[in-house]
Design a protein around this ligand. Structure first.
Ligand code: AMP
Length: 424
């Protein structure tokens, strides 16, 4: 089988790495890929957030049997509908189904309609009305741009002024473009976060092992949110009891609700949750695998990933069971200095082979590129250094030992990935 992966981050490197282990896969292509993916797949530079036709043409030209889509933008742009319309087999939600991520207003209305637990919120298309509502409720409060904003359109506001400024940034300055034509003003939830990611064929749901990411840039969860600075799996906050509650109160009603809305959901459904006194509330849905969560979850998957993907497409997921390692995994993201605000690219990375040679360690590439014989930084999040361990402390130690072997100018990582799991 010839497989095409769309995307070029740590999540895509992880999925390509997993696909490469499948006896069902003969050749892998990736657009645009990165330096790490280039070792496993044939990469082709292409703008995956732009027009869909060149990607479909590439798939046709290379006789691709199956396409996987990593990032949200092409899903929201309708890549699955387009590929299917030209007879290509593709894994992921349709454009209508991907709206569960692409519009926070849509996803909130869905949750309200089907009784899925979530934070209370109000939607505004007028900044003054949003501001007067914020003054009425007071801080802490959360302001969210409606549309896609590279994971940065959510502003958690401890102070009233911060929330008023957030409305201006999103709606008047249009920092996230049209994604900010509407805002959601949401109740601040206090609890422990977890990511619950599942495969679904539109009817049946097969969950992956739970995970937790670390969004803020600094240790102790301080500073602005990023795409994610690290992750671990499983998340101890998701006990068996919490797992069952998530399936019954969130995942099943969501998949059923999407079908009832005429938007059957096939693909990977990601629920970002706040667990409060053992009960889940949805913070957001994503229409794809999380990044960096995937980098901690997929290395723990013992089963071949291809049959589960095929079963999602064919509607036979009830026949699939997944096997996971007992031990946890920890992924530490190494970022460019200055990320998530301003950073430079093109710094030579050394020590990748030494880190990758360590037992139980895999170094996934995110923002990297080949430059002559060198591998250089090419993005904000550069690498995801993942370690498997017998226990969480063991995995943390191994991951940080591997991190120490890698260097590039300005390299930054959090030093406390996994701390919440340790505290438990
Ligand atoms: P999102 O992009 O929706 O995942 O939000 C980014 C981060 O903001 C989440 O991972 C949470 O840490 C935080 N967040 C979002 N919504 C809320 C909320 N209602 N209450 C508290 N924190 C939130």
């Amino acid at each position: 089988m010839r497989v095409l992966m769309i995307g070029g981050g740590g999540r895509e490197h992880t999925l390509v790495w997993k696909l490469a282990q499948s006896p069902l896969v003969d050749k892998i292509y990736c657009v645009p890929g990165n330096a790490g993916i280039g070792g496993l797949a044939e990469c082709e530079a292409m703008n995956v957030e732009g027009a869909l036709e060149p990607m479909a043409q590439f798939a046709v030209d290379n006789k691709i049997d199956l396409t996987l889509v990593g990032p949200e933008d092409p899903l929201a742009n309708g890549i699955v509908d387009h590929f299917e319309s030209v007879g290509l087999r593709v894994f992921g939600p349709s454009r209508a189904a991907a709206e569960i991520e692409a519009s926070k207003v849509f996803s909130k209305e869905l949750m309200d309609k089907y009784g899925i637990p979530t934070a209370k919120s109000e939607t505004f298309d007028d900044p003054q009305e949003a501001a007067s509502y914020i003054r009425k409720i007071g801080a802490p409060i959360v302001v969210k741009a409606d549309g896609l904003a590279k994971g940065k359109g959510v502003i958690v506001c401890r102070e009233l002024q911060e929330a008023l400024d957030a409305v201006n940034t999103i709606m008047l300055e249009r920092k996230f473009g049209d994604a900010g034509s509407k805002v959601l003003v949401e109740e601040f939830l206090e609890g422990e976060e977890a990511s619950f990611i599942a495969f679904t064929d539109g009817k049946n749901i097969v969950p992956m092992s739970s995970s937790q990411d670390h969004k803020p840039i600094y240790d102790g969860d301080r500073g602005p949110n990023t795409g994610g600075m690290g992750a671990y799996s499983p998340a101890p906050v998701v006990t068996d009891e919490v797992h069952d509650l998530i399936m019954e109160s969130v995942m099943k009603p969501t998949v059923k609700g999407m079908a009832a809305e005429g938007r059957p959901y096939k693909g990977v459904l990601y629920a970002g949750l706040m667990i409060i006194d053992g009960k889940p509330k949805v913070i957001e849905f994503n229409a794809r695998c999380g990044d960096p969560e995937t980098q901690a979850v997929i290395p723990r998957l013992k089963s071949d990933i291809v049959p589960v993907i095929e079963a999602c497409i064919d509607g036979t997921l009830d026949k699939i069971q997944l096997e996971w390692t007992d031990g946890p995994a920890v992924c530490v993201v190494m970022a460019s200095g200055g990320y998530p605000v301003k950073y430079e690219k093109g710094k030579v990375i050394t020590g990748l082979d030494a880190a990758g040679a360590m037992e139980n360690v895999t170094v996934f590439h995110a923002g990297t590129a080949k430059q002559g014989d060198d591998i250089v930084t090419n993005g904000g999040r550069v690498l995801g250094v993942t370690a498997l361990g017998n226990n969480i402390q063991d995995a943390i130690n191994t991951a940080y030992e591997a991190v120490k072997k890698i260097s590039f100018e300005g390299a930054y990582c959090r030093s406390d990935i996994g701390h919440r799991a340790l505290e438990r």
